[in-house]
Write a protein that binds this ligand. Structure first.
Ligand SMILES: *Cc1c(COP(=O)(O)O)cnc(C)c1O
Length: 456
């Protein structure tokens, strides 16, 4: 191991960002506005504030303000687990025999085990400040629900989580973490909402989906006094909060005198990737620097690489605003054997616009290749990665191997979003050879795309 660059770089506490960066301020083509699903007119702040907290609505709609100061109470909370380390993956480089330098920003060092706490604490803070009693949300694999329940217990807010039924049953320990922090957890679809009952009637025995859980959580928030709905990804406000990842990464690289050539992140709804790349994309948009930026998604849920760029529903019940995004259609559900997370049908409007403008690349990877990369990483770097994060590991390894062929000494930075301790059933499938790579056919995707709402 070279002595020049430390294995881990932490910023000093006083170097932690004090403002979030809003990449929309530097985008020439702004992300398309959310539309009212009934009238197809842009959603107003007033309409949005029925569902979301007022301050978050402002952040959602603001395409111009470059920096939002991080309130002191949120900065204080961040200090419990931030700064997160920027790690030089010396052992992975050695294993691969690559001349490339590989860095990863590790966001798994908190009890929720992922980057999601960065936005959960912000959203809970604004809900509390507004004097609300509580919030509702959905969770798939459970990381967002866990992060939000931690944030809500910190601010003494009630937290109702609708958890996709298949995860509720397969991940009982996630559920117990949420309950430890005081959240109530309901498997979705449930009989507690109109939408849940309707879905159960139409599809008895369904194991649920994120889109369906969102609809239930929104229905409860809108119908319960003193409650609002919060979402852990996709929205502009979430990418704004997650910019803390990219700002820290950039500051740490600057401190080391390093410049990234390639920046890689996994993409589900797009929040970690959007946050990681924000300051770098800002430089790129302002013409100050250039970077290759790569979004990595599962081949079984390929919204950027095979989806349509169109307005679509964010949820199954069609109660949420329409968002323009790369989407597979709101009733798309990845094959049941898909174990690697990142199962949302759409993608952040910001990232969708940047991708459409050719400012970033996207690729899809098969889940067995992802778990192979996860295992290699775990064995040399020590951290047991989340399957979601391992999509980025896969692409980073592939780029480093290309450098080995060409002899180029590129600097690769990727986001390691979380740990995989609750994903051991997926690891087990991989080890037992029971994991396969179902990739949807063009015909299947066309069937879902045909149901996209008509918006002109
Ligand atoms: C939720 C999650 C993701 C994907 O969500 P994005 O909004 O696309 O970032 C990735 N990694 C981990 C560990 C997660 O929990």
């Amino acid at each position: 191991m070279s002595e020049k660059i430390p294995y881990k770089t932490y910023l000093d506490e006083k170097e932690i960002p004090t403002a979030w960066y809003n990449v929309r301020a530097d985008m020439k083509n702004k992300p398309a506005p959310l539309l009212n699903p009934g009238t197809h007119q842009p959603m107003t702040a007033e309409e949005l504030s029925v569902v979301f907290c007022d301050e978050l609505v402002k952040q959602e709609l603001d395409n111009d303000t470059a920096f939002f100061p991080i309130p002191q109470e949120i900065q204080d909370f961040y200090k419990m687990y931030r700064p997160s380390p920027l790690v030089r993956a010396y052992f992975l480089e050695k294993k691969l025999g690559t001349p490339a330098k590989i860095y990863y920003k590790f966001e798994g060092n908190n009890t929720s085990g992922s980057h999601k706490l960065n936005s959960a604490i912000a959203q809970a803070y604004y809900a509390k400040k507004q004097g609300l009693k509580g919030v509702t949300t959905e969770t798939g694999a459970g990381q967002w629900g866990t992060a939000l329940s931690m944030a809500c217990s910190y601010f003494d807010l009630d937290c109702k989580v609708y958890m996709v039924k298949v995860s509720y049953e397969q991940k009982p320990f996630r559920r117990e973490v949420m309950r430890t922090y005081g959240a109530s957890v309901t498997p979705s679809p449930s009989t507690t909402t109109n939408i849940g009952r309707a879905i159960l009637e139409k599809h008895p025995g369904t194991t649920g989906s994120l889109g369906c859980a969102i609809s239930e959580a929104v229905e409860v928030a809108v119908g319960t006094e003193g409650y609002r709905y919060v979402l852990g990804s996709v929205l502009n406000q979430v990418l704004l909060h997650q910019s803390v990842i990219g700002l820290e990464t950039k500051a740490a690289l600057d401190k080391l005198g390093e410049k990234a050539d390639i920046i890689i992140g996994c993409a589900g709804g797009g929040s970690n990737l959007g946050g990681l790349i924000s300051p770098f994309m800002g430089e790129k948009l302002r013409g100050e620097a250039d970077y290759r930026i790569i979004a990595v998604e599962p081949a079984s849920c390929p919204s950027l690489t095979r989806g349509k760029y169109a307005y679509d529903f964010c949820d199954t019940g069609m109660v949420c605003p329409l968002a323009k995004m790369y989407t597979l259609g709101s009733d798309f559900i990845p094959a049941p054997n898909h174990a690697g997370g990142l199962r949302y049908h759409g993608m952040s409007s910001i990232l969708s616009q940047l991708y459409d403008d050719g400012l970033m690349e996207a690729r899809s990877v098969k889940q067995t290749d992802v778990f192979e990369a996860a295992e290699m990483f775990a064995r040399v770097e020590g951290i047991l990665p989340a399957p979601e994060s391992s999509h980025a590991i896969r692409a980073a390894i592939d780029e480093a191997l290309k450098c080995k062929e060409t002899g180029e000494e590129k600097t690769i930075v990727f986001g390691l979003t979380g740990t995989g301790y609750f994903d051991l059933v997926a690891y087990q499938k991989f080890h037992d050879g029971e994991m396969d790579d179902y990739i949807p056919t063009d015909e299947e995707l066309a069937k879902y795309a045909a149901n996209l709402p008509k918006v002109d």
